[in-house]
Design a protein around this ligand. Sequence first.
Ligand SMILES: [Zn+2]
Ligand SMILES: [Zn+2]
Length: 384
Amino acid sequence: MPEKRDYYEVLGLSRGASKEEIRKAYRSLARKFHPDKNPDDPDAESRFKELSEAFAILSDDDERRKYDTFGHNSPGGSPFGPGGFQGVNISIDDLFGGDLGGIFSQFFRSSSSGNRRAKGSDLMVRHSVPFQTAMDGCEEEIEIEALITCDKCEGEGSKDPSSVRQCPGCDGRGRTERVERIGPFTQRVVSDCPSCDGGGRIVQSPCKSCGGSGRSNQTKKVRFSVPPGVSSGVRLRMKGHGEAARASRGEPGDLYIEIDVGGHDWFERDGSDLLMALPIGYADLLLGTSVRIPHIDGDHITVKIPAGSNPGDTISIPGRGLPRQGSRSRGEVSVVLKLDLPSRVSRADKKRISEMYDILGTNEENIQERIKDEAYRRRNSRVR
Ligand SMILES: [Zn+2]
Ligand SMILES: [Zn+2]
């Protein structure tokens, strides 16, 4: 890429040039290199672009001061945003007479509301589902209250169509434009017409049901399906189920349904994996066993506890967790073993346990070895 030329050099000016000199230089050079005057000449086109960029900066007091200090490497980055200068659509007529400030309006067109469509507002509702829904998904129906097209006047706002006039304030467009200064540019700002509130029409005998707005607050039913594997915070988008546009002039907005998934009696959730703790008696940890528990997929789950298991060990049961969204596979169930100590022990039982102290009690003989083993086991266990 060729090095960027100095803006003053581009316009053939000295650093101390007055505003009037800048304007004059730009006008005459831009007329000379305008693409309409130089069809199919890429050099003229890039020259024209260069001139326009230089003028955009030097005709603005703030941007000119920054440029005089930092040159092309202003600390805030390009004043034209991350894309740099994109060029402006200036007709050759703009370069004769008129206010030059307005010609850069095109530059900001894409970021302004100029192309805004009169879409109705989006709505959001929250909807709670039980934990089981995360397994199975479900079909739901809710009632919402929303501004929707008035059914009495079918959105016209008037019972009698002949009493509807085009708004004189905006010629029926619903929007008005004004020019605002932003940085080195002037920008066209488009807003709703205040006379007709954006509707573009004046209703002389308004519909009683909606007061002439063409929309009224009504309850309506919305059916939707919640996919299996859903988690809290997921937003389902129901296209076209938001508010109606004003005076039936555009598409309705969308309805977002934010899902809140209820809790489970024993499962915690980690994405599509299910975590649970399982209390197991001392003898079963030592001798091994298997435990059957009802599961949310409709079948039972069998947890096989190998002989010699320790409290804190984790047993994974793959494929029995929640469905993974966008896939047919399922997560796992992770079972953490806990030692289930009896809460009350009778005097007779205490006596029997004492008799087995040599098996059940703490072995202090090789205590260091045992502490070491425990540390090794803890560090290598699959407990998360
Ligand atoms: Zn209007
Ligand atoms: Zn109505």
